[in-house]
Design a protein around this ligand. Structure first.
Ligand code: ADP
Ligand code: MG
Length: 254
């Protein structure tokens, strides 16, 4: 694929004698939302962190935006944005202070109010990080990935632990970021989320990629193989009830 912005070839990672990533190859196309799916321990975070230059690989080739990880890791760092765990933020600083801190680290000038606007947190500009709800913390941490105006952002389980409304709200934010031209690579345990959000997914199990395609294609292939889901009796589920009763938007923003 000529428009690949990330190209990974035969990537392997060993922790001691344990092989966590067993020779995986995949490409991420510029402008897409690419999902890495798989059970706990499959090797998703290891793979992301190697591409992010935060972890060493054992072997294989990684090219990001034309830069080879072996020879040009610093150039890779300049074109990517990485979401920190929410525990990585100084809890006592305000959102504006945190943004200015990161901007200083990246040597970037940034319009903090505009950035907070993008993630629907402008009215929280002077709130301390520790005062935010779980969903707000996640949105803020995604905002910080955008400070260095990256071409690609990496989100490792961005919606884990969020309530249904906050998850949906985050899906919209991630789509907005993609629609503005940023490539997104994320991991998730939620298949409904991957189906709504991802242009393509790779399913990884025990360090190997066992399928890679659009969600639509994977579903069609399964159906073509003769699979039939047991008929659903009801046309809605409990999550639909929850969303219907409580409203779609995040409560604290109403
Ligand atoms: P995932 O993100 O898919 O849950 P990880 O990439 O975190 O998986 O981990 C893949 C495997 O590598 C797991 O078996 C995990 O226990 C192991 N692992 C991860 N980090 C280390 C490490 N620093 N040292 C040893 N083993 C590790
Ligand atoms: Mg992980």
């Amino acid at each position: 694929m000529s428009n690949a912005i990330i190209s990974v070839k035969d990537l392997k990672k060993q922790y001691g004698t344990f092989e966590a990533v067993k020779g995986i190859s995949f490409e991420v196309i510029q402008g897409e939302i690419f999902g890495l799916l798989g059970p706990n321990g499959a090797g998703k975070s290891t793979t992301l962190e190697i591409i992010e230059t935060l972890r060493t690989k054992t072997s294989g080739e990684v090219i990001v935006d034309g830069f080879n990880l072996d020879t040009n890791p610093n150039n890779i760092k300049k074109v990517i944005g990485v979401q920190l765990q929410t525990s990585g933020f100084y809890p006592g600083l305000t959102l504006i202070e945190l943004i200015n801190l990161f901007a200083g680290l990246y040597n970037q000038s940034v319009n903090a109010a505009e950035l907070l606007d993008k993630v629907n947190l402008r009215d929280k500009a002077k709130a301390k990080f520790k005062e935010l709800s779980g969903g707000q913390k996640q949105r803020f941490s995604i905002a910080t990935t955008l400070i260095n105006k990256p071409k690609i952002i990496f989100l490792d389980e961005p919606t884990t632990g969020l309530d249904p409304q906050a998850r949906r709200n985050l899906w919209e934010l991630i789509k907005d970021i993609r629609n503005e031209g940023t490539t997104v690579i994320l991991t998730t345990h939620y298949m409904d989320e991957a189906e709504v959000l991802c242009d393509r997914v790779a399913i990884i199990d025990s360090g190997k990629i066992i399928a890679i395609a659009s969600p639509d294609k994977l579903i069609d292939d399964l159906v073509a193989s003769g699979f039939e889901r047991p008929k659903e009796v009801k046309k809605a589920n409990l999550e639909d009830v929850f969303i219907q009763l409580t409203g779609k938007s995040i409560r604290e923003e109403i």
